[in-house]
Design a binder for this molecule. Structure first.
Ligand code: LMR
Length: 418
């Protein structure tokens, strides 16, 4: 039975403190976020030549945030419909989830047709990762393996979900390329666990396995008894072709893995602030997939209850209309092509300045980022001496590079790497 006295007792402040205000006045300042914090630092800078190549958010060639024309059109259609603002339900908008699954797994996917793939709408990729972390802790195991390196937010997300976070070798830091042998060896030796894989455009390295290497990863995961969890935040951005970028996911399904997938629509649709994502599972059968989704909903409800509707309606509108879908594919390709162009320009400008270092990896890496090889000290110099903001692991968001800032960026990189 509810006891008021017991509730009060549990709320006593920490031993030694006289009141809650004393407890809270001693709360220390937390550090700024390693990625999002850079945008605040960039915004506070008054330097006219400042450059933000920190956060992975697409900019047009004038350095401005970009709303895809197809998103504007779909949004106008959604508004025109005059829909109400009722709750979407814990699993979100069913039509959006259906289109999302087709987008990732392929419209002709047998697994999809057999209904053993089911999903829920999430608060973009991050929200889906967190829901999965909680679910895995409850029903899977105590740990998760991430590539080394991985997106800076992965570790806190899974630690906050109560998981032990381990890593497998992924990147050959010395030669700036994928360390496929190290990856396969670590995965084969690890006890069965959940293995997170970046489906395409690995963040931060921009290095993905080729299809032969993906097959080897699939085989090792099967042999070692791991569970596969794909994080897909860049479908369409890696190659400019959303179908091609989903090849790893589709191959794992064809190879018979029961697995999970989180999708983000922040980058490819440019819906950053709308928080649109999808978390899905490929179950052993229809009932298994439905059971897992019922448990995902139980993780979601006490967390944020249900997801926002607006952005998901936009994605649903685009992916439900062949004309809009084609426009989306073209516009996503345009974004990825601008990034590829900036890669060549940054590399050639560095070489033109007489840099004797090898910058091949700027053009060989794919997706939104260049894992430059700059040290934390060099990154600090870029910030302090040249007002260039990038993460301390040396990751440069190529989406923030433009024809007007590339000279300053290249000259500054050249200066700190001499
Ligand atoms: C990034 O890696 O910069 C993006 O995914 C944005 C973020 O939330 O960190």
């Amino acid at each position: 039975m509810f006891s008021y006295a017991r509730t009060i007792a549990l709320r006593q402040p920490l031993i030694g403190a006289r009141s809650f205000s004393a407890v809270l006045t001693s709360v220390p300042a937390g550090p700024p976020d390693a990625i999002i914090g850079l945008t605040d630092a960039y915004n506070s800078s008054t330097a006219p030549h400042k450059v933000n190549v920190g956060v992975g958010a697409y900019r047009d060639d004038s350095g401005k945030p970009y709303v895809l024309p197809v998103v504007k059109e779909a949004e106008a259609r959604v508004v025109e419909k005059g829909l109400n603002k009722e709750y979407a339900g814990i699993a979100g908008i069913a039509g959006f989830v259906d289109r999302s699954l087709e987008f990732a797994y392929g419209k002709s996917s047998d697994a999809l047709k057999s209904s053993r793939v089911k999903g829920v709408q999430t608060l973009s990729g991050t929200g889906g990762l967190r829901v999965w972390g909680e679910f895995w802790k409850k029903f899977g195991g105590d740990g998760i393996l991430l590539p080394d390196p991985s997106w800076g937010n992965h570790t806190p997300i899974f630690k906050n979900s109560g998981l032990d976070v381990g890593t497998y070798r992924y990147f050959d830091y010395k030669n700036s390329k994928l360390n496929i042998d190290g990856m396969l060896e670590d995965l084969s030796k690890a006890s069965p666990t959940c293995v997170l894989l970046h489906a395409c455009a690995h963040n931060p390295t921009g290095c993905d396995p080729d299809m032969g290497q993906w097959k080897a990863v699939s085989d090792v995961i099967k042999e070692a008894g791991h569970y596969t969890f794909f994080d897909c935040a860049y479908q369409g951005f890696a190659s400019g072709d959303a179908e091609k970028d989903a090849a790893s996911i589709r191959m794992f399904v064809d190879e018979g893995h029961d697995m999970a997938l989180v999708q983000s629509y922040s980058k490819n649709f440019g819906l950053y602030g709308e928080r649109v994502g999808c978390l899905s599972v490929v179950g052993s059968d229809v009932e298994n997939a439905a059971n897992i989704v019922s448990q995902l909903k139980i993780c979601i409800r006490p967390n944020y209850s249900n997801p926002p509707v607006h952005g998901a309606r936009i994605v649903e509108e685009v992916l439900s209309d062949a004309k809009l879908e084609q426009e989306f594919r073209d516009q996503c390709k345009d974004m990825s092509e601008r990034i590829i162009l900036m890669r060549s320009l940054l590399r050639s400008t560095l070489e033109g300045l007489g840099s004797t270092k090898s910058w091949d990896h700027i053009t060989s890496q794919i997706g939104m980022f260049c894992f430059s090889g700059l040290s934390a000290e060099q990154v600090d110099r870029l910030k302090v001496e040249f007002d260039i903001f990038c993460t301390r692991d040396g990751r440069i968001s190529m989406a923030g590079v433009t024809q007007s800032n590339v000279e300053h960026l290249a000259a500054s990189i050249h200066e700190v790497t001499k």
